[in-house]
Design a protein around this ligand. Structure first.
Ligand code: DHB
Ligand code: FE
Length: 309
């Protein structure tokens, strides 16, 4: 079929009726969004001459993605979650907020309700013989003042790149903890070095990425939510330096400010001091929190998560 078969005003009229714009009932904001997305979709179909087969292939793809609960994976893979971050960054800048730790995507694999502890925690259950990782740092405000009682909610993958809860072979809340900062704003944890995550094989996400010539790998990373009363909630990650995919993250989550130095400790005295018998890795990373202000968009996001086990 040729492209551009339908006049723009016909599309506009169809979208308006389909979105209920001529009806008094219903949610005005939802109508606005549905109308706009329908216009954009019809224009795309017409301009690109999307065939019936292509259209229904797309619908079948989305149907299967929904059945497999994969929209949370597809969204970062097609850059939309990072795009939402860029919008929030820009809105904050315009609201005069500056100096906080860079945000990056939450991703689809957070589980609420991880065990809480004060000051420090061990994240791993001891069954994964990976490289031991000690990570520590301070939560501060933008002027450098420590924030006591902040909550560092941390989660990461195991040495296979898999997350507890989604990987049934791991114990509940393995590699997931909430740590309350001490009087000096410090947190500290022992864990194992994560491996990079890869989109599950056979997933709809992997299928799409493969079909457009991309891969579905992330560099190794550790996720954080940092919250403290009076401050804007921070959603971020650190990436593990040296990872093959560090600057080729399929989910677009890597940011230059979020790649701390990884110190490899092999000194026998240090190993002994840390209660270990093999070399380990150490990362220091401080979080800088901006104050909550009127007029800046909220950073506490309402989002469905998988239910805790
Ligand atoms: C995805 C997985 C992650 O571990 C992550 O941090 C971000 C995205 C994903 O599967 O899309
Ligand atoms: Fe992740």
């Amino acid at each position: 079929m040729p492209a551009n078969l339908i006049k723009r005003d016909v599309i506009t009229a169809l979208a308006a009726r389909a979105a209920g714009l001529d009806q008094p009932e219903g949610n005005a904001r939802l109508k606005q969004v549905v109308n706009r997305l329908l216009v954009d979709l019809m224009v795309a179909i017409d301009e690109l001459d999307i065939s019936m087969d292509e259209f229904w292939c797309g619908i079948a793809y989305l149907t299967q993605a929904g059945k497999q609960n994969e929209f949370g994976l597809i969204v970062p893979g097609v850059v939309l979650e990072h795009f939402l971050d860029l919008r929030l960054d820009e809105a904050e800048q315009r609201a005069g907020l500056a100096g906080g730790t860079a945000r990056t995507i939450e991703g689809p694999l957070y589980i609420a309700g991880a065990p809480m502890s004060k000051g420090e925690a061990r994240l791993d259950d001891g069954t994964d013989d990976g490289e031991v990782l000690f990570m520590e740092g301070q939560v501060r405000d933008v002027s450098g003042k420590p924030i006591a009682g902040a909550i560092v909610d941390v989660w990461h993958a195991n040495t296979m790149g898999n997350y507890s809860h989604f990987d049934p072979t791991q114990t509940a809340f393995n590699l997931r903890r909430r740590i309350e900062t001490d009087a000096e704003g410090r947190y500290r944890f022992r864990s194992i070095m994560p491996s990079g995550y890869a989109c599950p094989s056979g997933s709809q996400t992997e299928k799409l990425l493969g079909a457009i010539g991309r891969h579905g790998n992330r560099p190794a990373h550790v996720h954080f939510f940092v919250s403290a009363s009076g401050y804007r909630k921070l959603t971020t990650q650190i990436n593990i330096d040296g990872d093959k995919y560090l600057h080729d993250d399929f989910a677009f989550g890597t940011r230059g400010e979020l790649i701390p130095r990884v110190e490899r400790v092999a000194d026998a005295g240090e190993i002994h001091k840390f209660g270990l018998n093999k070399p380990f890795a150490r990362i220091r990373f401080d979080f800088s929190m901006t104050k909550e202000v009127a007029g800046a968009p909220a950073t506490i996001v309402t989002r469905e998560h998988a239910e805790a086990a």
